[in-house]
Design a protein around this ligand. Sequence first.
Ligand SMILES: Cc1cc2nc3c(=O)[nH]c(=O)nc-3n(C[C@H](O)[C@H](O)[C@H](O)COP(=O)(O)OP(=O)(O)OC[C@H]3O[C@@H](n4cnc5c(N)ncnc54)[C@H](O)[C@@H]3O)c2cc1C
Length: 402
Amino acid sequence: MHIGVIGAGVVGVSSAYLLARAGHSVTLIDAEMAPGRGASAANAGQLSWAYGDAMASPALLRHLPAIVAHRDPAFHVRLRLDADFLRWGLRFLANAPARRWWKNTSAILQLAKESRQEMAMLLAEADLAFDYRVAGKLHLYPDASSLAAARPTVERKRQMGLDQRMLSRAEAEVVEPALRTYQGEIAGAVYTPDDALGDAAAFCRQLTDLMVRRSAVSTAFGRRVVGFEQHAGRLSTIRFADCEPLPVDAAVVTAGPLIRTLTSALPEARAIQPVAGYSLTVPWTQGAPRVSLTDVKRKLAFAAIGDRFRVAGLADIVAPGSGFAPDRFAILRETACAVLPDCFGQAEWALRWSGERPVTPASHPTIAPSRKIRGVYVNAGHGMLGWTLALGSARRLAEMLA
Ligand SMILES: Cc1cc2nc3c(=O)[nH]c(=O)nc-3n(C[C@H](O)[C@H](O)[C@H](O)COP(=O)(O)OP(=O)(O)OC[C@H]3O[C@@H](n4cnc5c(N)ncnc54)[C@H](O)[C@@H]3O)c2cc1C
């Protein structure tokens, strides 16, 4: 079967890889001239096999008044009178109660487990240079009550076979000595030794190069998809903005947050809300953390990726395509400088980035045939964890197409 995979971010590249491995002929399509330029370009790099917590949660619900009143700089919500946004918001809130949250979180953890297996197989069969490393991860809790509130979830994850440990501040400092100079509050930490990281954009480039070298996949970059044509009730071609259509037997849409530009062709896209985030990358310097850190209070993730050190964070529910907001980036930089001044205070060069996470109300992706066009499949809405979930959802997609 000839399959057009639309989108060459982590999800599209992973989908192309597993579809080609299943014996399909694949064309990987992107509006950009190279893979890994969208939401996957400079994310926090975390392969959070044991995190998986759905965004809509009882804790977020309790925090909602502070978010709406702009009292927490980590969040920014611009309410809009837009039917899709209001529907998404109501469904998001309906997913926040504890039982729904755990159901969604368990589903994400299961998908992360499948991703982890696929990543292990991929690393065993191919030599890809994307700064992959099992760095371990420390979630830093600011006070005794937030640390105590984390314990039941850690216990549940341990029962699922995941290795997570509650640590005192002193124990966390043994795992990551750089915490001795950390300027934020730390009452204790949750440690996940098996969590890994890597450069998601480099992963996209390296895996695409490998597939092209093996003649497993052909690419069509610099081509923006604008819709689909059907023949006898099923997909026949993918239409582009400014070149000839591509005849295919099936199409997989992995367009990340930009899937919303295809809403007239795909009703599924309406259930995906972009949530913008920012990152700042500087050179890694001696004494900076090597273990990945999440500052739970400030909602910041720190990662040493190769010779770089990155902070990522903020969750802005704003109009799709709002782009880079300098005032929001300034908040990220100031907060990161306040807790790790030696890392971010005097960096010689810095990469400033913003991207949009494609978030569904339940926080797990839609991997399904399109309701509107036979032969079109959706693999989108990976939210906060697209890099973590990409290979697992690609495996499920390949199984579906088989
Ligand atoms: C600040 C931040 C930090 C994050 N940190 C992490 C993390 O640590 N770990 C983690 O697992 N996840 C993280 N994420 C989430 C993760 O980055 C995303 O979920 C993931 O990148 C989504 O991948 P994707 O392939 O679906 O989308 P993208 O990477 O956006 O790829 C979609 C591609 O589709 C192309 N496209 C779109 N529309 C069209 C069209 N019409 N025609 C042709 N091409 C099209 C785009 O050009 C783009 O290249 C983070 C996100 C942000 C913003």
